[in-house]
Design a protein around this ligand. Structure first.
Ligand SMILES: [Zn+2]
Length: 283
């Protein structure tokens, strides 16, 4: 499941073909993904210029010149594919349409952006840009990890006295937006805090270390995504899936990667999801 860094990488990949460009043609090949697609979606997209391509949490937001914003969520298996009619920025020709090509946007310069999603857990919606904060999927979201609102003061106040394990707190999208299982595990390792620690048992000094830890692991992943993006452009134009090297996630039984630590990564299950951590350097 793509988390914030993967979505940000996809956004950056789409920027040069979408931002500032007009949508010449929109093909909507089925009525629904996870939920019904908006009514008259193709008509509402056709001829619109993408004024800005932004991200909020795990959503890509394309602000259109007609006053609506196209929301895109990749779900579990959603992929964005970019193809160019002529050899140009991307060196691959337009491929034949595939079975799970649900939405295809042809941009004014001939570039084609395809949303392909075999499992259809993804979603798209159109919503008035001015009222976007009220969209049901965005309204309850906490601050962005890189935003000024996500400060040490904020996190300390938000978490003070809570009984839940710190892992659960960081997965709560109302507290901080965009984190999933992978990057919470990585951030807790970075901050040397066990995922099983109860928030109310943590000192304020420990809580505030989570802010730079979260930003560091996300920034590293976005940087790695940037590198893989360059590879993908040369390959088949697909954006969105690449293999990161994680420090604890998926590394059960392997040595901790913290320099000087002799620990072995352990896996425990919390609320039905795997937590990976080092019991020696994470307390
Ligand atoms: Zn360790």
């Amino acid at each position: 499941m793509p988390e914030l860094p993967e979505v940000e990488t996809v956004r950056r990949g789409l920027l040069p073909v979408m931002e500032g460009r007009r949508i010449l043609r929109a093909e909507v090949n089925r009525p629904d993904l996870r939920w019904p697609l908006p009514e008259q979606m193709a008509e509402r997209l056709t001829g619109r210029r993408v004024e800005a391509l932004r991200r909020r949490s795990k959503y890509i937001l394309a602000d259109l010149d007609g006053g609506e914003t196209l929301l895109i969520h990749l779900g579990m298996s959603g992929r964005m594919l970019i193809a160019q009619a002529e050899v140009g920025v991307f060196h691959h020709a337009l491929p034949a349409a595939e079975k799970h090509d649900h939405v295809v946007l042809t941009m004014e310069d001939g570039a084609r952006v395809t949303f392909n999603d075999a499992r259809r857990f993804g979603m798209m919606d159109l919503w008035p840009t001015a009222d976007l904060a009220a969209h049901p999927l965005l309204a309850g979201l906490g601050p962005e990890p890189f935003g000024n609102d996500f400060s040490e003061t904020y996190l300390a106040e938000r978490l003070r006295g809570r009984a839940m394990p710190v892992k659960a707190a960081l997965l709560d999208q109302r507290i901080v937006a965009g984190l999933g299982n992978i990057y919470v595990c990585e951030a807790l390792h970075d901050a040397r805090i066990s995922p099983e620690r109860r928030v109310r048992d943590m000192t304020e000094a420990e809580i505030v270390t989570l802010v730079p830890a979260i930003r560091d692991v996300l920034a590293r992943a976005i940087e790695a995504g940037g590198s893989s993006l360059r590879d993908y452009r040369q390959a088949d134009g697909e954006l969105g899936y690449f293999q990161h090297s994680f420090r604890v996630y998926g590394r059960e039984g392997l040595p901790c990667l913290r320099p000087g630590c002799v620990g072995t990564v352990r896996r425990v299950v919390q609320s039905g999801r795997s937590s990976f951590f080092c019991p020696v350097c994470q307390r």
